[in-house]
Design a protein around this ligand. Structure first.
Ligand code: MN
Ligand code: MN
Length: 296
């Protein structure tokens, strides 16, 4: 199905992208050895609101072998060490989303960072209406291979739609056998990950990010669970952080809603061999002859 956005909608995608670019640069500067991870995430999310947007998902600050989906908890006292930090930010304006990430490397592995950056540039250079997503995956795999690293094969870029952070098509990070043809006006996020490991992630046993599983849930009878779920429904189906909510017996209530299938966690995604991972991501609007990057 082709989505045809109005010029007002396109303008909101651009606005979200502009806010994101500013927040990404200001947040990246704060990622230094000894800085609080929690304060960095909260700074980023607050700056989005100050600039007129809303977080489309919690500020992700995934370290080292964690590729994605880590955000600090409410009582997190950890600070950055000599880590490879993936800063992944989402901003929306009226539901129109910008999604972008970069790697701040405090671990002294500049080539690994360059590999995902070069792959993103290569993919952006290749994209245009009519391209098959297989060609994008091949360009990413080749660019990362030139640095002697592997892309993460089971993480992909994705389409974006109003209040939906992950919709088809998926944009592979490797050469795939089947693909989808992109069309003019489509909004997609491209996000190569590079690693010195095997190039796969699996779920870790920790999570701080959740989403509601249906927009029209049967509300629980327990008043505390009912109130919490209603508060979560403000985010529609967009991801939210556990630390965004507080109150009596909050952990218990989160467990009850999870057990009832009303919310679902996004576990941290960890490289299977425990190797370092870098990431680069931009959101683009596909045009006839190329694309417009919204997140610069
Ligand atoms: Mn992202
Ligand atoms: Mn993304």
């Amino acid at each position: 199905m082709n989505t045809h956005y109005t010029s007002e909608e396109i303008e909101k995608y651009r606005q979200a992208g502009k806010i994101l670019a500013e927040v990404r640069e200001q947040t990246a500067k704060r990622i230094t050895v000894g800085a609080s991870i929690l304060e960095t995430a909260v700074f980023s999310e607050n700056l989005i609101r100050d600039l007129g947007g809303q977080p489309a998902f919690p500020c992700n600050l995934s370290l080292n072998e964690d590729a994605a989906h880590y955000t600090p908890g409410a009582d997190d006292t950890a600070v950055f060490g000599e880590d490879m930090v993936k800063l992944d930010i989402g901003v929306h304006v009226d539901g129109y989303i910008a999604d972008s990430a970069l790697t701040v490397d405090l671990s002294d592995h500049p080539e690994l960072v360059d590999a995902s950056k070069a792959a993103l540039e290569s993919a952006i250079g290749a994209i245009h209406a009519g391209i098959d997503t297989r060609e994008i995956g091949a360009a990413i795999e080749e660019a990362i291979g030139e640095f002697g690293y592997r892309p993460i094969s089971n993480l992909t870029g994705h389409g974006l739609a109003q209040y939906l952070a992950h919709v088809p098509p998926s944009i592979p990070n490797i050469h795939t056998r089947t693909g989808t043809v992109l069309y003019e006006g489509q909004v997609v996020a491209i996000e190569p990950f590079a690693t010195e490991g095997e190039g796969k992630v699996r779920d870790a046993t920790r999570w701080e990010i959740y989403h509601i599983t249906t927009e029209n849930p049967q509300l629980p009878r327990i008043p505390r669970a009912r109130a919490l779920l209603k508060a979560m429904m403000e985010y529609k189906t967009l991801p939210f952080a556990r630390r965004w909510f507080s109150g009596e017996k909050i952990d218990l209530t989160f467990r009850q809603l999870t057990k009832a299938g009303l919310i679902k966690p996004y576990p941290v995604l960890r490289e299977v061999t425990g190797a370092l991972v870098s990431q680069a991501e931009h959101t683009v609007i596909v045009t006839e002859n190329g694309c417009e990057v919204t997140t610069v």
